[in-house]
Design a protein around this ligand. Structure first.
Ligand code: PMP
Length: 295
């Protein structure tokens, strides 16, 4: 699904076949989860293939690496350039891009000097599908920011996401929504969360969540569309009084939520500001991002 015999990846300064890209079994990322990554999308726009917000993603990769004491040997500009080459070599247009920074041999709990950089890409539909979602309140909480750097996209953090999604699917839901360590709504396992009430959008503030690049794009679009957005803490119960809700993230894009804990959002999706944001996001990424065509 992710690669075939012809697929090319970037690994440590060279382009090679995915089937020939191997990692050592004593690498620290595999044993302890110390590695950082990104999830990026490219779009086939009228002006050619564009990686959406490449700089923001690679700057976040640098931030994540720094927090984990990893020396990233390439600048954001270099990484962007190499990513365009990966797309070109694989003849990919609308693609999902996965840069992964993993470490060399080190069985101690100390920083590792050997740093490997992989950039892979493949065609991937929307991560959470195209249908409105049935979401449950997770029994898991997002990691406490005093136990890790929640704004860093660290490999090991995703064990929490896997537990939450697995629990939700086992119970017949599409996806989970997690609280923070204080019981406020934080985010999904791989996406940020917004709800809509009387036209206004509300989302959790930074501090206990990943600072989503899609979340920031939603803020930009809401401003242009004159939709009010508020960042504040709120409890799960408040969602049960909302008109509409959605998840947003690079892989999922903007996807509406039909039900939360069996409460069905009463507003027709077509009538919601959330749907305006969804449509505007699609336009924003699939046209040249530098042109202000939102509607
Ligand atoms: N929260 C989590 C936990 C995520 O994994 C992601 C996906 N990177 C997001 C939010 C959304 O972030 P972005 O919009 O930058 O993809």
């Amino acid at each position: 699904m992710y690669y075939n015999d012809e697929t090319v990846v970037f690994l440590n300064g060279e382009f090679l076949k995915a089937k020939d890209a191997v990692a050592g079994v004593y690498n620290q990322t595999m044993h302890y989860g110390n590695g950082v990554f990104e999830g990026i999308r490219s779009y086939d726009t009228p002006d050619g293939i564009r990686i959406f917000k490449a700089k923001e993603h690679y700057d976040r990769l640098h931030y994540s690496a720094k927090k984990m004491h990893i020396e990233l040997p390439y600048t954001s500009e270099e990484l962007e350039k190499m990513t365009y080459q990966v797309l070109e070599k694989n003849d990919l247009k609308d693609a999902y891009i996965r840069p992964l920074v993993y470490l060399g041999e080190n069985m101690s709990l100390t920083p590792t000097n050997e740093v490997h950089v992989l950039i892979a890409a493949w065609s991937w539909g929307k991560y959470l599908g195209d249908n409105m979602l049935n979401v449950m309140l997770s029994s898991y909480q997002r990691p406490n920011p005093k136990s890790c750097h929640v704004q860093a996209k660290v490999v090991g953090h995703y064990t929490n996401s896997i537990l939450a999604t697995t629990e939700a699917k086992a119970k017949g839901f599409d996806e989970a929504l997690l609280t923070d360590m204080n019981g406020n709504i934080a985010e999904g396992p791989g996406a940020n969360f917004f709800f809509e009430k009387n036209g206004k959008l509300t989302t959790a503030p930074l501090g206990n969540i990943l600072s989503g690049i899609t979340r920031a794009t939603v803020f930009e679009l809401a401003k242009v569309l004159n939709i009010e957005v508020e960042e504040r803490f709120f409890k799960p119960e408040e969602i049960l009084t909302a008109d509409a809700a959605f998840f947003c993230g690079t892989a999922a894009e903007v996807i509406g939520i039909k039900k939360f804990n069996n409460y069905e959002f009463p507003m027709k999706w077509e009538d919601s500001n959330s749907q305006l944001i969804q449509r505007a996001y699609k336009r924003r990424v699939s046209t040249n991002e530098y042109i202000n065509v939102y509607l």
